[in-house]
Design a protein around this ligand. Structure first.
Ligand code: NAD
Length: 454
């Protein structure tokens, strides 16, 4: 398998993919290791994660460079990701003991009762490439702390990062027979589905997620899915500072070249401030620097996958043909690298794919709305349910909108944000189950009920 730098289109490395035979061997290895690992005291398992936390800092230069080289995000954003991952680790280190401790329900009655949380066993962590550290640690860290063994399949677009993670976990004290990386593309992931694992934790597209849920259904083991979105942002006419809101919305739309699961994917603006908002938004979009992700000046690096360029160009062209006005960008720059200029389309409507299909790139549509009720109706017009954001001076007005969203997350005067203390979950086509918060600690264990007499 070739690892290609999306900024230069050069082959960085060639790596052998796992076959179903090597994957089965890795499974046998970790299956044996898991029960020993589960017997290691919880504090010792957490101590390994503390070591990993330290390595993410001491090794950050090498890790950030590799990440930028293989996925194309601007170097500063790679550092931000590593810092973000450390924040999540802090949460797990501080809170896991509390949520994994046995719970006494009654100690006084003739029959004493308690709940003990036991690991699931061997789990698959099939992962995406856009934030390999963040989406990875959401799963393998609480899984390991909970006493599970992990077969971790990084995306084929973030393989080198996956190997770094493996190396650092081993150096942190996680045994080799507890954590194994699976290298490869779809077929390597598919081979994991054929094994009798005790849980499947997937981050990626709706299409693959649905396939995994269907394919593993007869195993009757937990399946969690963190999938895509088409997240709306609504700007009410009472916002105090239109420029600041435009700046926040733009960052939410184009950070990491728009390749965030919770990126702002469509914007609705109330008609009284529509023109002012569009002016501020477009002016700032035109200032964004697209280019070499290693360069400090760069805001937008290349997208990670070549085929995405055609997809984005088609979405923009579809919007143009249906009456959208392209205010900036809209073209693939000539030359080497998978670059796409940040593109703002106004006069957008739901007849356009840009407003209904996940873009996963630096393109955004803006639609004018009459009032809150029209905004709500459009925001809800989607098969996805990851996040929704509302900007307004009034919490009451914003809350009335947030309550009507069928999404796992809602934002008031912020967007494109994940917190380790809150559950991260998608509804409808955006996923199943939750990571992060105590829900994301308990997701990797199963309760056992003890009825005790005598
Ligand atoms: P993808 O579905 O193409 O791939 C995800 C993983 O699945 C990869 O490791 C891939 O090799 C593997 N895979 C492919 N076919 C498989 C099969 N048949 N069986 C098992 N595994 C298989 O997704 P992607 O392009 O890596 O990620 C982008 C998507 O992920 C976007 O839709 C984005 O919104 C979503 N995402 C969601 C979250 C979240 O937390 N909700 C976070 C990051 C990304």
């Amino acid at each position: 398998m070739q690892i290609i730098n999306p900024a230069t289109e050069e082959v960085i490395e060639e790596i052998a993919e796992d076959s179903s035979e090597t994957i089965s061997k890795k499974f046998e290895l970790v299956k044996d290791g898991q029960s020993e690992w589960a017997a290691v005291p919880l504090e010792k398992r957490i101590a390994c994660i503390e070591n990993f936390y330290a390595f993410l800092d001491t090794e950050k230069d090498k890790l950030a460079e590799t990440l930028t080289m293989e996925v194309g995000k601007p170097l500063q954003q790679s550092y931000n990701e590593l810092n973000g991952a450390r924040k999540r680790l802090e949460y797990f280190i501080k809170n896991s003991a509390k949520w994994l401790a046995e719970e006494w329900i009654t100690e006084e009655d003739a029959t004493r009762e308690k709940i003990v949380y036991e690991p699931l066993g061997v789990i698959a962590n099939i992962s995406a490439w856009n934030y390999p550290y963040l989406v990875g640690v959401n799963v393998f860290v609480p899984a390991l702390i909970g006493g599970n063994a992990v077969l971790y399949k990084p995306s084929e677009y973030a393989t080198l990062t996956g190997l770094h993670i493996q190396q650092l976990l081993y150096r942190s004290g996680i045994p080799e027979n507890v954590f194994q990386v699976i290298i490869g593309k779809g077929p390597a992931g598919q081979a994991l589905l054929e094994l009798p694992l005790n849980g499947y934790f997937f981050t990626g597209s709706y299409r693959t997620g649905k396939y995994i849920a269907e394919h593993t259904a007869s195993q009757l083991v937990p399946v969690q899915l963190e999938l895509g979105g088409k997240d709306p942002l609504y700007v009410m006419d009472d916002v105090v500072d239109v420029h600041a809101v435009a700046e926040a919305a733009l960052e939410g739309a184009v950070y990491n070249a728009g390749q965030s699961c919770c990126a702002v994917e469509r914007i609705y603006v109330q008609e009284n401030i529509y023109d002012a908002f569009v002016d501020a938004f477009v002016a700032q979009a035109k200032k964004l620097v697209t280019g070499n992700p290693m360069d400090k000046k760069t805001d937008i690096g290349p997208v990670s996958r070549k085929e995405q360029l055609k997809f984005l160009a088609e979405q923009v062209e579809d919007a143009r043909q249906k009456g959208g006005t392209i205010m900036s960008g809209g073209v693939e720059p000539k030359g080497t690298g998978y670059y796409f200029e940040p593109t703002v389309v106004t006069n957008a409507n739901h007849g356009m794919k840009l407003m209904t299909d996940e873009s996963f790139g630096p393109v955004i549509g803006i639609q004018k709305v009459k009032d809150d009720s029209e905004a709500v109706q459009l925001m809800k017009d989607t098969p996805y349910g990851l996040t929704a954001a509302v900007y307004s001076k009034s919490f009451e007005r914003a809350e009335a909108v947030m309550k009507q969203m069928n999404t796992g997350t809602v934002y008031w005067n912020c967007c494109d944000r994940v917190s380790a203390g809150l559950p991260w979950s998608g509804r409808k086509n955006s996923g199943l189950g939750a990571t992060l918060s105590y829900h994301g600690i308990r997701a990797f264990v199963q309760p056992k009920a003890y009825h005790l007499r005598g």
